[in-house]
Design a protein around this ligand. Structure first.
Ligand SMILES: [Zn+2]
Length: 346
C-alpha cells in the first residue's frame, strides 16, 4: 500500500477552482468502530430489484462474521497456522460507507462497501483489470463475495474485467440494463454469469432497493436512446448521510434527460464524473448535481482528451474537489454521519 493522501471533507466543503483539493496528511480522525446493531441484508423496494439474498451473511456487525469460539489450536495447530488466535482473516465492513474508485486506467470500476457487510462492484474496467487491479484489491480486503455486480453498459472498458471477477468470486446478483453487444468482452462476461448460474436483473428507471439500510435508486437504464453510453445504468445511493451518484458513460442527451426527470433531486455529495470527463456533457447536469467530491476515472495519456478541461472547471465551479485516477491512483471516500474522508493510494 502506497502513501495515502488524506483529505477531510466535512459537510458542504469544497475547493476553489484550480487550486486542487485540500490535503491533510495523517491518520483518519474520529473513525471509531460502530456500535449500532442494525440488521444486515437487502430488501427490495416497491417495484424494485428482486433477488434472493438468503446467502448474505447474517448478523449486523463485523464481529458477527468472526468465529465465536474458534478452533482448538492446542490440538489442531495446522488449522490455526501456528497462531494462538484461531480467527481466519475474513472481510470486515468499513466503519461507515465507502466508495472506492479503483485505478483501472481508461475505464471504470467502483467498489461500494456498505456499512454492514454488503458489497457492490460497479463495472470492471478492461479484461486484464480483473487480474491486475480488482481481484488483488478485493483479496487484500479478504473479500471473496460480491452481493451485487452492476454492469453499467456493455462497453469493453466497463464490462471487460467483470468476466474474471465473476469467474473468481461468488456473486449474489448481476444488475444490467438489458443491452447486449457482439464483442468478446461482453460475451465473456455474459457467459461467465450464466455458466455460474448467477441471477441477472434488468433494472429500470425508478427501481429502488435498500441495502444495509441505504437507499439505492436507478435513475437511468436503457431509456431507449439506442446507443451504448446514453443507456448506462445510473445509480443514486443514499448512505450514512451522504448521497453518491454513479453515472456510467452517459452523454449530453442522457444527462439532459435525467436532469429533466429528477431536477433538484440530483443534488449529490459525491459523483462519479460521467464518461471519464468527456466534453460530451450537459453543464446544467453538473450544476444540478453540484457535488462536493467529483471522482473521475481516466487513463494517463489517453487518446480522448479525457477529462475535458472545461468539464473539470465546471465541477470545480460548483464547489467540487476534483479527484482523478490518472494522477492520484485509486481513490476512496469514507462517509460517516455526513462527513467524508478521501484517501488516495498508488
Ligand atoms: Zn467508458
Amino acid at each position: 500500500m502506497g502513501l495515502g493522501l488524506l483529505v477531510l471533507v466535512a459537510g458542504a466543503c469544497g475547493t476553489e477552482g484550480g487550486e486542487g483539493p485540500p490535503l491533510i496528511t495523517g491518520d483518519v480522525p474520529g473513525w471509531n468502530t460502530g456500535g449500532e446493531d442494525v440488521e444486515a441484508g437487502v430488501d427490495a423496494g416497491d417495484g424494485g430489484p428482486q433477488a434472493d439474498f438468503d446467502a448474505l451473511p447474517d448478523g449486523g456487525s463485523a464481529d458477527a462474521r468472526l468465529p465465536d469460539d474458534g478452533l482448538d489450536c492446542g490440538v489442531g495447530a495446522d488449522l490455526c497456522g501456528g497462531q494462538d488466535d484461531a480467527s481466519v482473516p475474513e472481510y470486515e465492513p468499513p466503519d461507515g460507507f465507502e466508495i472506492v474508485m479503483l485505478d483501472v486506467g481508461q475505464g471504470d470500476s467502483i467498489l461500494v462497501r456498505f456499512p454492514f457487510g454488503s458489497t457492490m462492484l460497479v463495472d470492471g474496467g478492461y479484461g486484464s483489470n480483473a487480474w491486475d487491479v480488482i481481484l488483488p484489491y478485493l483479496d487484500n480486503l479478504h473479500l471473496d463475495r460480491l452481493d451485487f455486480v452492476v454492469s453499467s453498459h456493455p462497453d469493453a472498458d466497463h464490462c471487460g474485467g467483470l468476466a474474471g471477477v465473476v469467474e473468481e468470486l461468488d456473486v449474489g446478483v448481476v444488475w444490467e440494463n438489458g443491452q447486449t453487444a457482439e464483442t468478446y468482452s461482453w460475451g465473456d462476461f455474459s457467459d461467465a454469469v450464466d455458466e455460474k448460474g448467477i441471477p441477472r436483473k434488468t433494472v429500470h428507471r425508478g427501481d429502488k432497493a435498500t441495502i444495509d439500510g441505504c437507499g439505492v435508486e436507478v435513475l437511468n437504464a436503457d431509456q431507449g436512446w439506442g446507443w451504448s453510453n446514453a443507456d448506462s445504468v445510473v445509480l443514486s445511493i443514499d448512505c450514512e448521510g451522504v448521497t453518491l451518484l454513479l453515472t456510467g458513460d452517459i452523454d449530453y442527451w442522457a444527462q439532459d434527460d435525467i436532469g429533466r426527470a429528477y431536477g433538484d433531486g440530483l443534488k449529490s455529495d459525491v459523483v462519479k464524473v460521467a464518461h471519464h470527463g468527456s466534453a460530451d456533457h450537459d453543464p446544467d447536469f453538473t450544476k444540478a448535481v453540484a457535488a462536493d467530491i467529483a471522482l473521475c476515472s481516466v487513463g494517463k495519456w489517453n487518446n480522448y482528451g479525457h477529462p475535458d478541461p472545461d468539464v473539470v472547471a465546471e465541477w470545480e465551479a460548483v464547489g467540487a474537489a476534483f479527484y482523478r485516477t490518472d494522477t492520484m491512483g485509486t481513490i476512496s471516500v469514507l462517509a460517516k454521519d455526513g462527513d467524508m474522508v478521501v484517501q488516495t493510494q498508488w
